[in-house]
Every structure is written in C-alpha cells, then in structure tokens.
Design a protein around this ligand. Sequence first.
Ligand code: DGL
Length: 279
Amino acid sequence: MITPKLDLPIGVFDSGVGGLTVLRALYDMLPQESYLYLGDTARVPYGIKSPETITRYAEQAASTLIKRGIKLLVVACNTVTAVCLKHLQEVYVDLPIIGVVEPGAKAAVRASVTGHIAVIGTEATVNAQSYQRAIRQLRNDTNIIAQSCGLLVALAEEGWTDDTIAEATVRRYLEPILHSPANGAVDCLVLGCTHYPAFLPVIKNVVGDRMHIVDSAKTTAEMTAELMQLKNLAIEKDQADLPRMNFLVTDSPLRFSRTAKQFLGWEIPDSSITMIDFH
Ligand code: DGL
C-alpha cells in the first residue's frame, strides 16, 4: 500500500538552467520518481546578489514548490545552498531539504589526494565560505583556493559553453588557480555552481589532466536517494505509475527550453513547461 506522499514529485530548484545538471543526475539514479523543477529565470543570476535578496528569492521558490506538493526539496543551486540552506531547513521544518554544497565537498575530499583543492563558484558562494567549511569538516588539513567566476552563469544561460569566448573566459578565471603557489599540488577542482558542468570540455582543455574535476550532481543524487530511504519516501520501481517531469519558470519558457536541452540531454516538451509568477 503506497502512502499518498510517495506519489508527490521531488522538487528541484535553481535560479535558471544550471540545476538541470542535478536533475539529470537525480533522474539517472531515481528514474521511477516524478520531478517538479523550478527555474527562477526572470531573476537569474543569483550569485551577484546580496544574501538578503537570495534568501527572499529562495523562500519564494521553496514555498511555491511546497504549495504545489513535493515530498522532498533539492536545492540545486550552490548559491542558495551556501547562503541560506540552513534557514530554509528551519523555516520548512517538515520537509526534507538537501543542498549541493555538502555533496560537492564530499566528492572533492574523495577525489583529492594532496588536500590542495580549488573551488570555483559564484561571488555569493565564494563569499559565504561554505565550501571551505564543508570541506574542512570532512578533512581538516586541506588548503582551499576559491575563485568566483561571475560571467560563466550568463554564458551558460546563453548556451555559449563550448566556443572560443567560453574558453577565453574560463582561462581568465582559472589563471589565479593555475598560477597559485600551490598550483602543482592542487589536484582537484570543484565546480561549485550547477551551471559550470556545461563547460566541462572547455575546463578540461584549460587545466589539462593535472586535476580531478568534480561537481556535486552525482553525489547529490546519491545523498538524495539515501535520505529518501531513511524517510521512507522512495518509490520502489514496481510501485511507480508513469513518472512525470514538469517545469516551472518565471520567464519565457521558449528561452528556457532552448538552453535546457544542452543541460538535460533531451528536448523538453512545451506542454510540460509552465510560466508562473511568485505574486
Ligand atoms: N546555478 C547556481 C549555482 O549553483 C546559481 C548561479 C546564479 O544564479 O548566479 O550557484
């Protein structure tokens, strides 16, 4: 007998298309589940905004998803996770909420041998220092270099992720890491923004094979699966009806679906994207 809650989708939220990298990993791990994704495309980017504004936007997004009915929320945005995950968990105390920083830190510590780890993210993520804290909690002898890469979110939303502009921009941002005194020892680069995996081939080109490049998508999916088991929220494969994947956006669905394909790997049918307003 399935309790009604199991039938609800998993809520996933980001400022734009970046969280689709996490949605993809969730879907790969839990294909029997349904998903409701919210991209706050009218207000992207979040990463250059103040913690107060980011927190206000995050509350609006979370309560919109909660009103529509979700059984668990994945904050697929490093910026929101870094700035206000704890706050969201305190406000929506009945809902299991998982962020992407702790899983990213876990992946980094798994990948690094030397303990010299570089993290790239938005300005707000870097300023919040939450990667630094999360990594040091898992391994306290680490040396962490953090670098914000403001333009990459705009390039990703534009779909310019694999051309000469993308490469020059990535090269410019990674310069301080590549020329840091610890450069030779840095063996892990954390993509601390869910938009950045779209630049993976370009980033690999720039750093060569001297660093493991990790993002939090897969580890977030693993931790979500564990949490769902713990809270008895997981649907078993043979209990699942037809899983649904629906999308909410706060600006033009057309623009969202155009870029989304690059992140998700498949075309989103128009009928599953709804434009909403928070007010
Ligand atoms: N994709 C988000 C992150 O992981 C947000 C980027 C932004 O809106 O600035 O940080």
